[in-house]
Design a protein around this ligand. Structure first.
Ligand code: ARG
Ligand code: ZN
Length: 466
């Protein structure tokens, strides 16, 4: 979640209401002979992801030296070709690549902006499973997103804060970096022994020798590249298993420890509460990384283990936890649909407040609806931010949550919560689109919801009636 101080935004000139049907049409990568496309076909981030193959597993072996900010990396990708490939791309920004292999044979490669262009010695056949090895090293640098935020490997005074939404994964490992291609991960990181390296999923092993500690993390459930982390710092570590069997690993910057403790204590009950609302927690591991990073300004729902740039408040904990269902387990197929992540996580905050003695969702809705027509809240429809520069703006979060509230008051609580649970269950570990969510809502409610969704997610401007 963005810090609220940066949430208000100015209106976007030239945003026009677009018919819901047009908003729901999806694009895909263009098939191009035997050369894999340089992007996944997402107009918001055209070079993100690549065409021609699907990655099923990443094996990343990293070494990081906080003092010199030097990263050593060895990436092994297991992939399957979706077309014949004489050449294909990976996303990688900066760093120096020293060798690339395809099925253990040396491949030639060149760099072209954020693309690592690989030409295997023998073409990969359509449908073939293949292995890509990339050796690389250097000083990772974060990228600046179109909204001005730092993204990727962000150095801190004692390590690095690593978050990748929407395009930061490529700053620290070669990837097919679009949420459309999810994969499992093994991440092994070696750091000086007074540091902790935290990634996603379960800690498989931890070994200290010769002044260094090696952490081996395993994320077995499919994950989008932007949700990977390898955050390094001096952390207090806490490990336990919840009554529901979730393996929790918390890493907390000692400077934030006293502020974070009372909030992190609520994690098991927040996950249990969300499981009652949204269905079973989708992962076997959980936890939090609290890493003081003054130049970041947001938290990210890194899979199983969100990263917070300071001690979170309960609402932010609820938000990032809700993303584990909405955003992480159920992924986007295109960035335009970002309200499926942010509107849902924001609505989870409203529900938590309502059910824990705070303001009701109706009150949250009403106070937003009271904002004048000139407010940035109404600048564009949640289902059409227009470009990657606006995917984290107020309409996506707040008006996205308002749309869900209108859905709830229209279909009633029983059907509304069935819709949320069915959404999480039917798309678990996969993907969802806005069009699919609209269809599901209509199927389970038996109502024509075209006007409702058109008004609340498909049209710019303040709706004339709440
Ligand atoms: N998805 C994050 C959250 O709302 C926000 C990430 C913001 N990232 C950025 N590059 N501005 O929980
Ligand atoms: Zn969010």
């Amino acid at each position: 979640r963005r810090r609220s101080t940066v949430l208000p935004r100015q209106a976007v000139a030239g945003t026009v209401p677009v018919a819901l049907a047009a908003l729901l049409a999806a694009a895909g990568p263009a098939a191009a002979g035997t050369v894999g496309a340089s992007g996944a076909g997402d107009p918001y981030f055209p070079l993100e992801g690549n065409g021609g193959y699907d990655v099923c597993h990443y094996d990343l072996t990293l070494g990081y030296t906080p003092g010199s900010r030097h990263l050593d990396g060895q990436a092994v990708l297991r992939a399957r070709a979706t077309q014949r490939l004489t050449r294909f791309d990976l996303d990688l920004q900066g760093l120096t690549v020293t060798a690339v292999t395809v099925d253990h044979q040396k491949a030639s490669f060149r760099r072209d902006g954020q693309e690592l262009v690989v030409s295997p010695r023998h073409a990969v056949r359509k449908g073939q499973a293949f292995r890509v090895g990339v050796s690389y090293q250097g000083t990772p640098k974060p990228v600046t997103d179109p909204d001005g935020s730092l993204d990727g490997w962000i150095p801190t005074d004692d390590g690095a804060f690593v978050a990748g939404e929407p395009q930061g994964a490529m700053t620290w490992f070669p990837a097919n970096s679009h949420p459309r291609d999810k994969a499992s991960y093994d991440v092994t990181i070696t750091v000086p022994q007074d540091r902790t390296a935290v990634s996603n999923g379960v800690l498989v092993s931890r070994k200290t020798a010769h002044g260094h500690t090696l952490f081996h993390w395993r994320q077995s459930e499919p994950m989008a590249a932007y949700l990977a982390t390898a955050t390094v710092g001096k952390f207090d570590v806490e490990q336990y298993t919840t009554p529901d069997g979730i393996k929790v690993f918390n890493a907390v910057d000692p400077r934030e420890a006293s502020a974070a403790a009372p909030v992190l204590k609520k994690l098991p009950s927040v996950l249990a509460w969300e499981s009652r609302l949204f269905g079973p927690y989708p992962f076997r591991a959980g936890g939090a990384i609290v890493d003081k990073a003054t130049n970041v300004g947001y938290a990210l729902e890194t899979q199983t283990r969100p990263v917070y740039d300071r001690a979170p408040d309960v609402s932010t904990l609820v938000h990032e936890s809700a993303h584990q269902w909405f955003g992480d387990s159920v992924s986007l197929t295109r960035w335009q649909d970002i309200w499926l992540n942010e509107g849902f996580a924001t609505y989870a905050e409203w529900l938590y407040s309502e059910q824990h003695g705070g303001t009701t969702a109706q009150q949250s809705f009403d106070s937003l609806y009271a904002r004048p027509v000139s407010d940035g809240l109404w600048a564009f429809p949640p289902a059409d931010p227009g470009s990657g520069a606006h995917i984290f703006d107020t309409p996506v979060y707040a008006r996205g949550a308002m749309a869900l509230h209108r859905l709830r008051t229209t279909v009633g609580d029983a059907v509304f919560f069935r819709i949320l649970r069915t959404w999480a269950a039917e798309h678990r570990g996969g993907h969802g689109t806005t069009a699919q969510f609209v269809r599901l809502s209509e199927r389970l409610s038996g109502k024509d919801l075209g006007v409702l969704f058109h008004t609340w997610i498909g049209t710019a401007g303040k709706p004339t009636a709440p």
